[in-house]
Design a binder for this molecule. Structure first.
Ligand SMILES: Cc1cn([C@H]2C[C@H](O)[C@@H](COP(=O)(O)OP(=O)(O)O[C@H]3O[C@@H](C)C(=O)[C@@H](O)[C@H]3O)O2)c(=O)[nH]c1=O
Length: 194
């Protein structure tokens, strides 16, 4: 019997999935399966994950929007401490929802997982004082293969919620993430006509 609930309707973007595990609480605390090959396969996620990642970030950190160009990764992401707003942008050429985004709050409390297939850009903003973010990926990290789209590119128009008491000027980004190109440049480089 499958122990997960899966939502496929992510703003009409095919392939994105939100997974909610069954949580077994008792006097000691709780138990849940965070990944089970058979259940995920039944839910349409039949992947070979090869790397697990974890990052910690303080409030106002924004990481994204990232992808690997020649070694695209499916990602199964979740939060084990704190709360983030997680975003995926469809970069699949020919997709009906090319350039559209979907965002969801992931937290240690709601225990939701978000499946982001290959050829999406991915990023998140930390809404809580601190957050720990864990994810499984289906290809290895290739430092020379990283691509990015500027987080606030109006051509994508992600509606990032701001952490309480912060404005966009307070956000903390890596140097790399401050200078990504926009979606128009992404399309132009690849000869994609929209
Ligand atoms: C992503 C990654 C980074 N690193 C190293 C490189 C660098 O020294 C340090 C920090 O890397 P970054 O600044 O790229 O980390 P970060 O900004 O957290 O990158 C991540 O962002 C989220 C939104 C994603 O979707 C991920 O796929 C990944 O791109 O960690 C690895 O060794 N393996 C990895 O898989």
């Amino acid at each position: 019997m499958g122990k997960i609930k899966v939502t496929h309707d992510c703003n009409g973007i095919e392939g994105l999935k939100v997974i909610e595990p069954a949580v077994f609480g008792d006097a000691r605390g709780y138990f849940m399966e965070t990944y089970n090959y058979n259940d995920f396969k039944e839910a349409g996620i039949d992947c070979q994950f090869v790397q697990d990642n974890q990052s910690a970030s303080k409030k106002g950190v924004l990481r994204g929007l990232h992808f690997q160009i020649n070694h695209p990764q499916d990602k199964l992401v979740r939060v084990v401490n704190g709360e983030v707003f997680d975003v995926a942008v469809d970069l699949r050429e020919g997709s009906e929802t090319f350039g559209k985004w979907f965002g969801i709050v992931l937290s240690a409390e709601n225990k939701k997982q978000f499946f982001v297939p290959k050829n999406f850009a991915h990023g998140f903003i930390v809404l809580s004082d601190y957050a720990e973010f864990c994810y499984k990926v289906t290809d290895f990290y290739h430092p020379n293969d990283e691509g990015g789209i500027l987080w606030n590119d109006p051509a994508i128009g992600v509606e990032w919620p701001m952490p309480e008491g912060m404005t966009q000027a307070d956000l903390i980004l890596s140097d790399k993430d401050k200078v990504h190109g926009g979606f128009d440049a992404y399309c132009k480089e690849r000869g994609i006509v929209r």
